[in-house]
Design a protein around this ligand. Sequence first.
Ligand SMILES: [Fe+2]
Ligand SMILES: [Fe+2]
Length: 219
Amino acid sequence: MATRTQNRSSKRSSTNDRSRSSSDRNDRSNGNKRSAFSWGGEAGPLIAAGLAGAALGLAANYGRKFVTQAVSGISGDWDQVLASEHDMTLAVFDKMLATDPSQTWKRSMLLMQLTHMLGKHAHEEEMVVYPALREADQMVEADELNGEHGYMKTFLFELSQMDADASDWLETVRNFRDLVAEHVRMEEDQVFPAFKRSLDEEQNAKITALVNKEGFWSA
Ligand SMILES: [Fe+2]
Ligand SMILES: [Fe+2]
């Protein structure tokens, strides 16, 4: 686990590599200016894809989604919605850390809840906020955050393969929580406030609507 943390730290500190890859991505981006997040109303492809998914989702389980999103959905701007989900996710981690090895059923239920919450939250960010950040030339931040979501899925995979009474279960959850807490701090303290300030009211409202839509369909 230390190796993973070190790797991520060294990745963050390699500013030159980051600048170069950002430049490469910018070049690619400049070659293709069509964008779902162009603020001139070019949201057609994204909305069309959303509507197609919406039709399938409607057929699947409309009632359950409505209830789930009504319970977990938080009103407010997109950054407040996401921050509330961060708080709820960290609270699940704390419940997991308060268990003992005899509580295997409770650990399994909490892991299932955590997997669902992180999946929904990652979907909202990866389908809306991170693409919008890239459109605003913040590829480095978006890619770093997106990469950390990958390590969260790795933790979920590790825990899914582990017996709930394993001796290293708590330590794995603790390391997992540390990663999520660090990720959340970067989003809430640095990336999201700056991005929100850079957008006007209409742009922020558009991101809020899209986050809520993706949250609904992945609830
Ligand atoms: Fe995130
Ligand atoms: Fe987040």
